[in-house]
Design a protein around this ligand. Structure first.
Ligand code: GLU
Length: 255
């Protein structure tokens, strides 16, 4: 199975380090096991801007796009190097791919992206994709790569899209402000409107949130594939999803 895993900005940095190496270690350990089980893994990782902010000890995200692009250009290097180092411990290689939404909208460039991912996978390497922030600004403004991951997963016909975030999944109410918020383990995409879900604000480091994740679902889902939204900090979350444990929120389009 071809699995696209999207990692949100809030997961890749920690208080004490620029890149949260223990998080990258647990993710790389799980990727290694998933590959051993015969699956192909494509990562979409945010966090370039967050790493750039950490480098300059910025607690508040700058408003100007130009500053964010510059922070991303610095942060991306540390981010990809950290992935490379952790994957290498398992004899795996990271392959950096930077994309813009324009690339995915253009038919010729889309074919090139598809071929390129296929060739990276046949080398046995792990494609690690981020938005090319120096030339494209959609994910900086709205998405934290949520929509990019949905569009890419659709393009390469991935059977499973896993969006890892710092929440346990989709709740009926905002869990940050409501103690009685209930985790929804399964959502039929077409029932979303009737569920009356409340959405919280995106975090300071990234621009995502549940809304952009559900927009990604709208673009990606068909009757043959599935998408999960789950907590990346939960131990063995990827392995739990693959062994069909009741974790996170699965979103399907069955009707
Ligand atoms: N491409 C951006 C990054 O890697 C997306 C997340 C953001 O806007 O903070 O940082």
């Amino acid at each position: 199975m071809k699995i696209v895993i999207k990692i949100g900005s809030s997961l890749v940095t920690s208080d004490s380090e620029i890149v949260d190496l223990s998080f990258l270690k647990t993710i790389s350990d799980q990727i290694n096991k998933i590959k051993d089980a015969g699956h192909e893994v494509i990562l979409v990782s945010s966090g370039a801007i967050a790493c750039g902010m950490k480098t300059w000890n910025l607690n508040n995200r700058p408003k100007e796009i130009e500053k964010l692009q510059a922070l991303s250009a610095v942060g991306q290097i540390g981010l990809i190097n950290a992935y490379q180092d952790e994957l290498k411990k398992h004899g795996l290689f990271a392959a950096q791919v930077l994309l813009s939404h324009e690339d995915l909208k253009d038919p010729i460039r889309s074919v090139n992206i598809k071929k390129s991912i296929k060739n990276i996978l046949s080398l046995g390497a792990i494609p690690i994709i981020n938005e090319n922030d120096s030339v494209s600004t959609e994910e900086i403004e709205f998405g934290d790569n949520d929509q990019l991951s949905g569009d890419l997963a659709k393009l390469i016909c991935s059977e499973l899209l896993i969006i890892l975030t710092d929440q346990d999944g989709v709740f009926d109410k905002n869990p940050a402000t409501n103690q009685n918020a209930k985790l929804l383990n399964e959502i039929e995409f077409l029932d979303l409107d009737s569920l009356e879900i409340e959405f919280g604000n995106p975090g300071e480091y990234g621009r995502g949130g549940m809304k952009t994740k559900l927009l990604a679902a709208e673009n990606y889902l068909n009757s043959e594939n599935r998408m999960f939204i789950a907590n990346g900090k939960s131990k063995n979350i990827l392995l739990d999803i693959l062994s069909e444990k009741r974790v996170g929120t699965i979103i399907r389009l069955t009707n």
